[in-house]
Design a protein around this ligand. Structure first.
Ligand code: GDP
Length: 204
């Protein structure tokens, strides 16, 4: 079975102090409404594993999903939802930053961005926080189906150009609607887990 097909809901956590101690994890983050829940559901071939919210930004919980063998997917709360009061947003963005910077179980970040407007200011802030950890970031340009082939290629090139010279940063097109780009995500995340397992057996 493919990695994501075995994904199962594990638990919901409300604050950083109660995160699970064991396991290695890959986090999915993105602006509210970027298509993160849809991407998780599509990858897992499950319609309602991650909650596709009708009121974006309401659920500020961290959801844990299990791949088996103590490997987890962490669904982080979407950031940047305009209708949440500024103070609440600032608080959550700070918590996200603390998680991204300080979480030792975390081995890589999948950053979900709408292909029509990637690398917003908040996305860049997430990257600024996370990149100093030295861990890899794989960006999904979602809702690619809303762009023509030509536009898809153009936006992919633009983001690749911005990431040029930073091997820690990779990017691909993705569409939950068309199931586009699923194999590539599996490949990248699978490689992160394999590398982490290798580190552990090396005693590193
Ligand atoms: P989240 O807030 O990042 O979890 O975003 P959701 O997964 O809830 O998606 C937000 C909206 O975008 C929903 O109306 C989805 O149906 C839509 N959406 C998500 N992914 C895609 C996609 O790949 N293609 C299209 N056309 N719509 C999408």
């Amino acid at each position: 079975m493919s990695l994501f097909r075995g994904l199962q809901f594990l638990t919901t956590v409300n604050d950083l102090r109660t995160l699970p101690q064991e396991g290695v994890e890959v986090a999915f983050a993105g602006r509210s409404n970027a298509g993160k829940s849809s991407a998780i559901n599509t990858l897992a071939n499950h319609t309602r594993l991650a909650f596709v919210s009708k009121t974006p930004g309401r659920t500020q919980h961290i959801n844990y999903f299990d791949f088996g063998a103590e490997r987890r997917l962490v669904d982080l709360p979407g950031y940047g939802y305009a209708e949440v009061p500024a103070a609440v947003r600032a608080h959550w963005e700070k918590l996200l930053g603390q998680y991204l910077v300080g979480r030792s179980n975390l081995i890589g970040l999948v950053l979900i961005m709408d292909a029509r407007r990637p690398l917003t200011e908040l996305d860049r802030r997430m990257l600024d926080w996370f990149l100093p950890t030295g861990k890899p970031v794989h960006c999904l340009l979602t809702k690619a189906d809303k762009l023509s082939r030509q536009e898809q290629t153009k936006i992919l090139r633009e983001v690749e150009k911005e990431f040029d010279g930073q091997p820690q940063l990779t990017v691909q097109l993705f569409s939950s609607l068309k199931k586009q780009g699923m194999e590539k995500v599996e490949e990248v995340v699978g490689a992160w887990f394999a590398a982490a397992a290798g580190d552990m057996t090396d005693g590193a």
